[in-house]
Design a binder for this molecule. Structure first.
Ligand SMILES: Nc1ncnc2c1ncn2[C@@H]1O[C@H](COP(=O)(O)OP(=O)(O)O)[C@@H](O)[C@H]1O
Ligand SMILES: N[C@@H](CCC(=O)OP(=O)(O)O)C(=O)O
Length: 366
């Protein structure tokens, strides 16, 4: 690890490592991971753990025939989470803290900031943050859905230098190694494009979610924020020894040379745009004071509410900025339809610009 000189790392541990036999948590693999965490901390590296496995850990408590229902999975997650936290806590002689998140928390800027500050405070005081998705409260709209993407969002929020995704394979292969004997391991990926996604298949274990596709999505999110990302085999002890020696025992994804600025990254990869407004002209003209007024808007696409992230596009198609909307799409459409009305003008005077200076992140010209 000395060669890499990391200050802060996020480790993501997949379900198969937590509950390999699907009958509760097992220490078999976790002990090695815990020792790795201890050794990293001894080297002065701050560690954040994103631990999957609550569903797999809680699975043995419920009847086999009912396990497929979403409600049952949520119950399994709630019960398995305590078992899993107890297992992790047992390995450490320093305190750990549980943080359960949904996408609803991460895409809300205020809650995102609060999560960031809590993580920083825990790290400052030597407490190990252990993070998972809050499966019990998630809905289709609220969930991230897989912990690979969640770990990348966490790594970005925590300003980490590296994200290590520990799974049940040695890294990214050119095709699924569990289905193809001739699959070849790819040790280094310089940039992620469609050809990389084309190699990724689904999970083949009974407990995994997302397979390689979500790991590549995570790598794309993280590397675009300047975070070196690894996919590694958490079953093998040598993985951890080699990492500590400064080697790459799996697949390494190189960080972007020019990482996105924090606000653009959050709006692009965590908040996601809910809709789009089209303005006339170029980036300099439309956003010269960082604000966009409702009378500058020539079209509104999609449905969004106040506080949602929107894309600002120029009428020639150029992506100009990501921003937080001060108006709903419904109200903007109403204003457009009633341009000259006194009511519409009063509304604009009282609410102010569609996008305020502090909530806009200009995109690079492309
Ligand atoms: N190109 C690939 N390279 C490596 N593994 C792949 C590939 N395509 C699909 N997979 C599958 O992805 C699985 C790992 O993902 P997953 O089961 O979701 O793990 P985890 O629970 O650790 O997140 C592997 O066991 C393998 O079956
Ligand atoms: N939040 C879920 C994990 C979902 C998930 O992404 O699992 P995995 O593919 O094993 O990392 C749980 O704790 O069971």
């Amino acid at each position: 690890m000395q060669k890499f000189k990391w200050r802060r790392i996020v480790l993501k541990v997949g379900s198969a490592l937590i509950a390999p036999e699907q009958d509760g948590c097992r220490s078999r693999y976790l002990l090695t991971i815990a020792q790795f965490i201890v050794r990293c901390r001894a080297q002065g590296i701050e560690v954040i753990l994103v631990s999957s496995g609550s569903v797999a850990a809680g699975s043995h408590l419920f009847p086999e025939q009912e396990k497929r229902s979403v409600t049952m999975k949520k119950a399994m997650a709630a019960a398995g989470q305590t078992e899993m936290m107890a297992m992790w806590d047992r390995f450490f002689d320093f305190p750990s803290a549980q943080i359960l998140l949904t996408h609803g928390d991460l895409r809300d800027r205020e809650r995102y900031t609060s999560i960031r500050e809590t993580v920083f405070t825990l790290l400052e005081h030597g407490v190990l943050p252990i993070i998972n998705e809050n499966d019990t409260v998630t809905t289709d709209d609220l969930k991230v859905g897989d912990n690979d993407n969640l770990s990348a969002m966490v790594a970005a929020a925590a300003d980490a230098d590296a994200l290590m995704i520990f799974s049940d394979v040695d890294g990214l292969y050119d095709k699924n190694p569990n289905l193809n004997e001739d699959a070849v391991l790819l040790p280094e990926i310089d940039s992620i494009d469609e050809s990389i996604y084309a190699m990724a298949g689904c999970a083949t274990s009974a407990v995994g979610t997302g397979g390689m596709k979500t790991k590549i999505e995570a790598a794309e999110k993280a590397t675009s924020h300047g975070i070196t990302t690894f996919i590694l085999n958490g079953f093998k002890e040598q993985t951890f020894n080699r990492l500590l020696e400064g080697d790459n025992p799996g697949t390494i994804f190189k960080p972007y040379d020019k990482p996105m600025q924090e606000a653009v990254h959050w709006m692009t990869h965590t908040a996601n745009e809910q809709g789009e407004v089209v303005v006339e002209g170029s980036i300099d003209k439309s956003t010269e004071d960082g604000c966009i007024r409702s009378d500058e808007i020539v079209a509104v696409h999609g449905e969004f509410g106040v506080g949602d992230t929107i894309l600002v596009r120029s009428d020639d198609g150029t992506r100009l900025a990501k921003a937080t909307a001060n108006y709903s799409s419904c109200l903007l459409n109403f204003i457009a339809d009633n341009e000259q009305s006194e009511f519409s003008e009063k509304m604009q005077d009282s609410i102010g610009p569609v996008v305020s200076e502090k909530d806009i992140a200009l995109l690079e010209k492309s």
